[in-house]
Design a binder for this molecule. Structure first.
Ligand code: FES
Length: 104
């Protein structure tokens, strides 16, 4: 799997989120207590950017209509069988890398 260097770790403080580009994907990063999680940056309801949502613990609320996702799994809180794609994350040398899913 390819990993893309997407940003500096210091650019995403604990309790915050941000949007990045990884390969051809729009990705939302969330820092939960120092661990960075990556999800597809598009809500399953109507496509709003989840990186712009309010992060409370490990749950982000979509900024458009409030659907809530567990950012550690990508699952919709009220209906966990519905989820957004989750991407693997690595942190090295102060940089955040996101797995794009492409074969190496
Ligand atoms: S677009 Fe996310 S809840 Fe409607």
């Amino acid at each position: 799997m390819d990993f893309e260097d997407v940003c500096a770790l210091e650019s995403i403080a604990p309790g915050t989120s941000r949007a990045v580009r990884a390969g051809d994907r729009d990705v939302a990063l969330f820092n939960v207590d120092g661990t960075v999680h990556a999800l597809d940056n598009a809500c399953r309801h109507s496509g709003a950017a989840l990186a712009g949502g309010k992060l409370c613990g490990r749950v982000v609320a979509c900024p458009a209509h409030g659907w809530k996702y567990d950012v550690t799994t990508g699952a919709l809180v009220v209906a966990p069988t519905l989820s957004v794609t989750r991407y693997p994350v690595r942190v090295a040398d102060g940089r955040v890398f996101v797995g794009t899913g492409n074969a190496a």
